[in-house]
Write a protein that binds this ligand. Structure first.
Ligand SMILES: Nc1ncnc2c1ncn2[C@@H]1O[C@H](COP(=O)(O)OP(=O)(O)O)[C@@H](O)[C@H]1O
Ligand SMILES: Cc1ncc(COP(=O)(O)O)c(N)n1
Length: 506
């Protein structure tokens, strides 16, 4: 029977800084919803900078650990990491011969990311001879070359061919990993013994981070856990990759060590921690609290209430769309300015992509407007609030310190996403009848937009941690000013009608 919570045993070495080996395994197993257990092969003195020394307990002691677990617990999967020496390899192979669990993943650990050797050179043959005991092996490019007895592949196509040769020689699945390729992509592919074509291949942009300590350990133990539940390697790999990507992206939040730091295994648990009120205080939490009154004012606006319950007159909706379109033009330029000033590649890519996506949304809005407009009603000019808001954004992103620019653009992601949630609730409360602006409301809930909001918030928090007090204070002012402009923007379709003929619009 498949266990509801997969019981996964990690057979590996230790890392007292908690980023690789056993420690990464246990965290990854738990992060994927499994129950982790561990038998220690070697006690390693290492940190994020390097490996200092290795103590291998008597091999009988390892066998005794393995037996103790197997006699007491039904094991759904085993993940094997650092083995280190011939006697250890032989002991694990012997144990697997008599206690083979349904899923066995072997990560043929040889050299740490930080450079220290974790497998004696004379143990390479012994390791090769036990590959057939695994369902899946997960070598990096250097390890794959050693297992194949060849030079390291110099291209992805060569790596796949090498992976297939190893799979065929040992009758096992091989995960060919692109983490060590030199380009800006990190592909992964599963190659089987029968067909040189991969069973499945994934590609993705490399996460620009130095913190990749323990990625191989984490990926292989996540895969072992997921495979118990899904019994489908491609699906398991897809989930594990998505999770690991998030863990690499959030690695900077950990501030662990001076070398190649660990990944954030539990990045996805942040929301639950927040719900319990135990998440570390973030600068953005402070800003969110400070903006509560303005957000309440937005929810109470006549325009928002009418839009939510579907009673908004079409011409008011059109007036709003017109201004939104013109606003996006300015917002897109503000994001492009942030991209140009971004201190690193991740932020440059994020804001450049945001600028592109705004321009694409602008085109969609044009189409929505045409759908709602009768006989192509005339476009309105640039509204007063739209002008003020875009001028403010362009000035903050061009002339203020970069973190202040981040604070200026965040409300358009975050407050907007929050208003979208509120509008969705209003629409749902209105019953099941067709909502005249349903297609429009759906754009608020878009997962890509929610994800971008989380990223923008994370970048602001990271910038705030490094910023001097004066800059943080300015970030707060600018954030609140942008929130007030969001409010004025939602108020404008009604306010501008009421005040038509006057020159003051507030
Ligand atoms: N900077 C990165 N961005 C995205 N994925 C990465 C990055 N570094 C490693 N990975 C992924 O982490 C996993 C482990 O990769 P790799 O570095 O090749 O192995 P190892 O940690 O065993 O040396 C792979 O799925 C790889 O694609
Ligand atoms: C005990 C142990 N096992 C494995 C690794 C490899 O991990 P990485 O190559 O990501 O540093 C490690 N550093 N320590």
């Amino acid at each position: 029977m498949t266990a509801r919570v997969p019981r996964v045993l990690a057979i590996a070495g230790t890392d007292p800084t908690g980023g690789a080996g056993q420690h990464a395994d246990l965290k990854s197993i738990a992060a994927m919803g499994g129950y982790g257990m561990s038998a220690v092969t070697a006690v390693v003195v290492q940190n994020t900078v390097g490996v200092r020394s290795i103590h291998v307990p008597p091999v009988e002691f390892l066998s005794a650990q393995l037996d103790a677990v197997a006699e007491d617990v039904e094991i759904d999967a085993v993940k094997i990491g650092m083995l280190g020496s011939v006697p250890v390899i032989e002991a694990v192979a012997r144990w697997l011969g008599t206690h083979r669990p349904p899923v066995v993943v072997l990560d043929p650990v040889m050299v740490a990311t930080s450079g220290g050797r974790l497998l004696e050179r004379e143990a390479e043959d012994a390791l090769r001879s036990m590959l057939g005991l695994a369902d899946l092996i997960t070598p990096n490019l250097q390890e794959l070359a050693v297992l194949a007895g060849e030079d390291p592949a110099s291209s992805w196509a060569e790596a796949l061919a090498q992976g297939h040769r190893v799979a065929r020689a040992h009758g096992t699945l091989v995960l060919v990993k692109g983490g060590h390729l030199t380009g800006d992509r990190t592909p992964d592919a599963l190659v089987g013994p029968d067909d040189p074509e991969p069973l499945v291949a994934f590609d993705g942009a490399r996460v620009p981070t130095e913190n990749s300590h323990g990625t191989g350990c984490s990926l292989s133990s996540a895969l072992a856990t997921l495979q118990v539940r899904h019994e489908d390697w491609p699906r398991s790999l897809q989930i594990a990759r998505d999770w690991l990507r998030g863990a690499l992206e959030a690695a900077g939040e950990l501030s662990v060590g001076h070398g190649s730091g660990p990944v954030h295994h539990f990045h996805h648990v942040q929301d639950a921690l927040e719900a319990w009120g135990t998440a570390p205080e973030r600068f953005s939490d402070e800003l969110w609290e400070a903006s509560a009154a303005v957000r309440r004012e937005i929810e109470e606006l006549e325009f928002v209430r009418l839009l939510g319950d579907g009673r908004l007159e079409p011409e008011r909706f059109l007036a709003y769309l017109d201004q939104d379109l013109q606003y996006l033009d300015g917002y897109s330029r503000a994001l492009a300015q942030l991209a140009a000033r971004a201190p690193d590649e991740e932020q440059r890519l994020f804001f450049a992509a945001g600028a592109v996506s705004c321009t694409e949304t602008e085109a969609q809005l044009h189409r929505a407007r045409l759908r709602h407009a009768e006989d192509g009603a005339a476009r309105d000019g640039l509204g007063e609030v739209t002008r003020r808001y875009t001028a403010f954004l362009l000035a903050a992103t061009a002339a203020e310190p970069y973190p202040v620019g981040l604070a200026a653009v965040l409300p358009c992601y975050w407050v907007y996403a929050d208003v979208g949630r509120h509008l969705g609730e209003l629409a749902a409360a209105g019953g099941t009848g067709a909502h005249p602006y349903a297609d429009w409301l759906a754009t608020y809930a878009d997962e890509g937009f929610q994800e971008a909001t989380r990223t923008a918030r994370r970048l602001l928090d990271a910038a705030a941690r490094e910023a001097p007090a004066g800059v943080r204070e300015r970030m707060r002012e600018v954030f609140l000013e942008a929130c007030a402009l969001e409010r004025d923007f939602f108020a404008a379709p009604v306010a501008e009608r009421r005040l038509a003929g006057t020159d003051r619009i507030e």
